[in-house]
Design a protein around this ligand. Structure first.
Ligand SMILES: [Zn+2]
Length: 289
């Protein structure tokens, strides 16, 4: 199983996989909560799974998955708000008018509707009939801050997947520091000396926020490394660190690291002793174990 490229909790991930595997994925889903980028990333992951031609979707390797990952799949349509932040009636009409055109390449056609605020009742009402009786190949993913902002009639025709509380977009400078730190930690995992991890982890001693920001990125790197291991396809993100991990470590070790990252995240969320958590990170990630 390939995990989604986003920081979501396990039970939500399992719910989504169960729905995908059932072969009866809801034609209309609402992704709410979290940050805009998390909602987008999850929506794209689901769209990829829906166009994927493998039984184990998203497989990550079939032509559909590759095109979806590159953002060029002709059967995945991104429908966005205009510059003023309105999801216009024209955009809604375009969706209704194009939905009857059968998919180009895949067996499914996916519309991702991204909202940063509310959608006007007019636009929602235009979409309503299509959401109610979509062609069997059509799927709609409405990514929005809160499902409660949508009309009851839209909500009742959709399944809601919640990413939890709404979050603001991460600060750019903080994100790039977290990315850099996660890459250094990842490199230290495969370093020759076990002291590398202790050295790299020392930046966390006085910076709990950095620790909290770094763990999800580290988790993503490890998940990407698992994909590299499973598929042999190199990962272009993270400056080659996911590739290095994928090539040098066994799948069992990568799975342990992924579990370890989740353990640390939950330790942080549950306010465990902070210094012990850093020590735990060093123990779990130490080179050659
Ligand atoms: Zn696939």
């Amino acid at each position: 199983m390939i995990y989604f490229n986003t920081d979501i909790n396990m039970s939500l991930g399992e719910d989504i996989y169960a729905a995908l595997r059932s072969g009866r994925f809801p034609h209309s889903v609402i992704i709410e909560g979290g940050s805009g980028s998390k909602r987008m990333s999850l929506s794209k992951g689901i769209a990829q799974a829906l166009v994927c031609s493998s039984d184990e979707s998203p497989c990550g390797v079939c032509p559909h998955c590759r095109k979806a990952a590159a953002g060029i799949h002709p059967d995945i349509e991104l429908c966005e708000e205009d510059k003023k932040g309105n999801f216009t009636a024209n955009t809604a009409r375009d969706i209704v008018n194009s939905v009857s055109i059968i998919p180009n390449e895949a067996d499914s056609k996916v519309y991702i509707l991204t909202l940063t605020g509310e959608m006007s009742p007019v636009s929602q009402n235009i979409l309503l009939k299509t959401l109610e009786e979509p062609p069997k190949y059509a799927f709609f993913i409405i990514a929005c801050p809160s499902a409660a902002d949508l009309l009851d009639t839209v909500i009742s025709r959709s399944r809601v997947f919640s990413l939890g509380e709404q979050e603001s977009e991460p600060d750019e400078e903080e994100s790039s520091k977290a990315l850099e730190t996660a890459c250094l930690i990842a490199k230290a995992i495969v370093a020759d000396s076990e002291f590398d991890i202790v050295r790299e982890a020392s930046v966390f001693e006085k910076d709990k926020k950095l620790f909290a920001d770094t763990l999800p990125v580290l988790d993503e790197i490890i998940v990407e490394a698992m994909k590299v291991k499973a598929t042999g396809i190199r990962c272009e993100r993270f400056g080659g660190t996911a590739d290095t991990l994928g090539l040098r470590l066994t799948l069992a070790r990568l799975e342990k690291l992924e579990k370890a990252t989740r353990e640390l995240k939950s330790g942080l969320e549950n306010n465990r002793n902070y210094n012990l958590l850093i020590t735990r990170l060093c123990t779990l990630f130490r080179a050659n174990t």
